[in-house]
Design a protein around this ligand. Structure first.
Ligand code: FES
Ligand SMILES: [Fe+2]
Length: 411
């Protein structure tokens, strides 16, 4: 369906170019809300473990739509728009709660059950025989929009579209085993949370998390201390729909490494006085030291060293993005392993040794492209396609993201 608001320029050169107006066009944000976030995607909502009992709930967003996720009395999980059917106020004002029986809107006390059904209206029949709603008003015809909900490895996802396939089909057959490797099998426990604001359009961060090319170049800590170099083994999986990906980095085995000769990101003269940040225990026989799993449009599951995390990012205006990090351990971690995970957690987050640069580089792009909506970026590393590759020196997953995004948005 053509969109009248998307008028800046046509899209050039397949997936190897991205015009800069896609990060700048304010009208596009509303189109993305309707066609991407409320379209045929599975949006990450929360962790099952955050709402373990009936009446437990969390507030989140789908794109920029406020949403409530709640566990009903029968144990099932429901999700619905956080918008009162009366005059549109938020139904839930806090971020989370436990043991709720129902939800009351503060404005005029319309009440909703745990599935988001309108359950009662204050003074519906008037007061002292006067006022009230007309007898023809049917409560069941009104209420916030509801999402279809599914779960995978303890993660709760929701969709507004009847066309969204089951989640395994949506993320592609090769992705779930890698996701399971990071978070499946054992009982997870949240050990840390960060939130940060990124000074850039949300799609720049969607590119960044799929961009295995930049990691060892932008993040000096990665390359210098051999946590992540492209010369280490590994590769990139891209799902058939292009939107989801897995980047893997294997523990270093190279005795000499000339790949970074002359590149600023490596200074072999540097070393750490205290190497506890590099003290990794391989918890799987594959010796993969970093896994970054992306799920279209705005979700990441990852493991770097012994730190396991989720990342969830949402638009807050055309040039601002909210990013949430949630770090995990296993409930049966030894004290030593828990201490190690907490140490390695410092690699990520807003001030993380290998992620603080991602917090500002999108701002550098925003500033660089400020006056050139009609110009474009180059995405030719690793060719022009979106196939999986046995290297991370590729922008295949970034092209895959744009392929699916374009299909959904219609440009
Ligand atoms: S806006 Fe919610 S009851 Fe009026
Ligand atoms: Fe990065």
């Amino acid at each position: 369906m053509p969109n009248d608001t998307i008028s800046v320029t046509a899209w050039p050169h397949g997936l190897t170019r991205v015009p800069f107006w896609v990060y700048q066009d304010k009208d596009l944000l509303q189109t993305e809300q309707q066609r991407v976030f409320e379209g045929a995607v599975w949006n990450y909502l929360c962790l099952e473990s955050e709402i373990p009992n009936p009446g437990d709930w969390r507030a989140t967003v789908v794109g920029y739509m406020p949403v409530v996720v709640a566990r009903d009395t029968d144990g099932t999980i429901a999700a619905f728009e956080n918008r009162c059917a009366h005059r549109g106020a938020l139904i839930c004002l806090d971020d989370a709660g436990r043991g709720a029986k129902d939800f009351h809107c503060v404005y005029h006390a319309w009440r909703y059950d745990l599935r988001g059904n309108l359950a009662s209206i204050a003074f519906r029949h008037g007061v002292n025989g006067k006022g009230g709603m007309d007898a023809s008003f049917r409560m069941e015809d009104h209420g916030p929009r509801k999402l279809r909900v599914t779960t995978l490895f303890g993660l709760v996802f929701g969709t507004f579209s009847a066309d969204t396939p089951d989640i395994e089909t949506y993320i592609g057959a090769e992705v779930p085993p890698r996701m399971e490797r990071v978070i499946g099998g054992r009982q997870l426990e949240i050990i840390g949370r960060f939130t940060q604001v990124l000074p850039n359009n949300w799609k720049m961060y969607a590119e960044n998390v799929r961009d295995s090319y930049h990691a060892s170049l932008l993040h000096l800590f990665f390359a210098t201390f051999k946590i992540n170099r492209l010369s280490q083994g590994g590769g990139l999986i891209v799902s058939p729909n292009g939107g989801n990906s897995v980047s893997s980095t294997i523990a270093p085995t190279e005795t000499t490494d000339q790949a970074y000769a002359g590149i600023r990101s490596v200074d072999d003269g540097f070393h750490l006085e205290d190497e506890c940040m590099l003290d990794v225990v391989d918890e799987h026989p594959d010796r993969i030291r970093q896994h970054i799993v992306t799920v279209f449009p705005n979700f990441v599951v990852q493991k770097t060293q012994n730190a396991m995390a989720l990342r969830f990012f949402t638009p807050d205006g055309v040039d601002r993005t909210n990013l949430e990090w949630i770090y995990f351990g296993y409930t049966d971690d030894t004290p030593e392993m828990r201490a190690r995970r907490l140490r390695h957690l410092n690699l990520g987050g807003p001030a993380g040794y290998v992620s603080m640069e991602d917090g500002c580089v999108g701002g550098f792009v925003e500033r660089g492209i400020a006056s050139t909506p009609d110009r474009e970026s180059i995405l030719e590393m690793g060719g022009s396609g979106t196939a999986s590759q046995e290297t991370r020196a590729t922008e295949s997953a970034v092209r895959g993201f744009w392929g699916l995004w374009r299909q959904m948005v219609g440009v």
